[in-house]
Design a protein around this ligand. Structure first.
Ligand code: DX5
Ligand code: ZN
Length: 216
């Protein structure tokens, strides 16, 4: 089943409740956290996540674009994250493994994310412990960029690895998703599509979510 994860980076933060209501038919709510160090931009963090958690029952897919995320895993879990995505580039392998272990102990889904220049093989030390892996299809930091189609061989390789090893792991892509690029990503083996600007710009967001989910 294809899942759609609207990114609230493209929402109006002064009307966040209404914007969440407008995308409630989606599968996950994608929550982008940026620290101005791991990526050259700053977004929202723990207090906003707490408010969102109180407001909605949606599965909260938290994408931590922050340096050494192990420092904040407990706080994001306590604030209501369901899925916690860590960048493999953000810390040592040892610390990433420890963070994943901690996320699982806290009863949350662990996920690892790779930037466009990172090879898919970077997932290998972690993927067995993860319920989801996320491949960036733009350089992380900003919404509204163009989809990098040349990431598709990595999506294919990741899907093939999961099948070969019989793993229970979702494959998510993030950045530049629209009804055209959704087809490309799905055909390459992605089953969770993050979409920020495309969903929030749409006049009928529920219809857009359905269109992306059924893109073939
Ligand atoms: C980028 C973020 C994305 C972003 C996607 O760093 O991780 O989640 O919001 O935005 P669009 O769909 O507009 O490319
Ligand atoms: Zn994201």
């Amino acid at each position: 089943m294809i899942k759609i994860a609207p990114s609230i980076l493209s929402a109006d933060f002064a009307r966040l409740g209404a914007d969440i209501d407008s995308i409630v038919t989606a599968d996950y709510l994608h929550f982008d956290v940026m620290d101005g160090i791991f990526v050259p931009n700053i977004s929202v963090g723990i207090p906003v996540l707490q408010s969102v958690r109180k407001y909605t029952e949606m599965t909260l897919d938290v994408h931590l674009m922050i340096d050494r995320p192990i420092r904040y895993v407990d706080q994001f879990a306590a604030a209501g994250a369901d899925i916690i995505n860590l960048h493999v580039e953000a810390d040592s392998e040892e610390n990433t493994l420890a963070a994943i272990k901690r996320i699982r102990e806290l009863g949350k889904t662990a996920a690892v994310t790779i930037k466009p220049k990172t090879p898919a093989s970077a997932f290998e030390p972690f993927i067995e412990q993860c319920g989801l892996v996320l491949l960036m299809t733009v350089e992380p930091g900003f919404g509204g960029q163009s989809f990098m189609e040349d990431m598709m061989p990595k999506v294919e390789a990741t899907r093939a690895y999961i099948e070969k090893h019989g793993l229970d792991c979702e494959v998510e892509v993030d950045g530049g998703i629209n009804p055209t690029t959704a087809v490309t990503a799905i055909n390459a083996g992605a089953n969770v599509l993050v979409a920020g600007s495309d969903v929030f710009k749409a006049e009928d967001r529920a219809a857009r979510i359905a269109q992306l989910r059924n893109a073939r």
